[in-house]
Design a protein around this ligand. Sequence first.
Ligand code: FES
Length: 272
Amino acid sequence: MLKASRSKGPWVQEWATVVSHDGQGDVYKLVLRAPEVARRAVAGQFVEVRCTAGRSLVVDPLLRRPFSICYVSGDTVCVIYRVVGRGTALLSSVGVGCEVDVMGPLGHSFPDPAVGTGRLVLVGGGLGIPPMVMAASRAVSVGRSVVAVVGARSAAYLAGLEELRATGVDVVVVTDDGSAGARGVVTGPLAAALADGAGEVWACGPEGMLQAVKELCAGAGVPCFVSVERHMACGFGACIGCTVPRADGPGYLKACQDGPVFAAEEVKLGGA
Ligand code: FES
């Protein structure tokens, strides 16, 4: 049975230097020189980033913010994020050359793509698209056939699309309003890919989307892995603020430590 897997080593805390930091609207692409995190990271893992620069002992906000790793290039790590509150607003003003405190890589990654068989379908919704970039690169590097299905409410919300296309995989785009790709939602192209004999599906995005993906894959008998989004205060299992209901009985799993990537049948999604 395929399983979510861990990193190539334990997570580290590292002072990372901002190599580039570009915004378009409220979406920012942050590239950090973080050699130890980069060396250990595997697709599907995340980092926790302090939102203010510098090594002051007084930090505000205190809690780091979690971001999926979009890709690793040499000793750099890229994340793509949207400004949604005070923390990410502060982070968006951190300039090139500044040092930020980074912890990572954290959590379970997607499975080893060299172990699975058949065409791999990556499904990304909104800010669930960036982690599919590293997933695509990793799968391509082991010779896996890959198609990515990505969707968002409109073209402006397709974060990471350019980076995903740069991996060379086939990309199918859908948007709610038809401003990019076909008008529709990801389940349409996913159903077509499943009917075409897909061997495995990895998905990240809003929970309603993940539930729909899970149901389609279960109906087709195709293994499915989902990466769930949660507020993650600590990132390493201490605060119990990132719970996900278990599917096999009462109780909860921790998205930061047991996930964020789960086999779809392990977790209840979207209150289902
Ligand atoms: Fe603290 Fe998961 S983020 S336990």
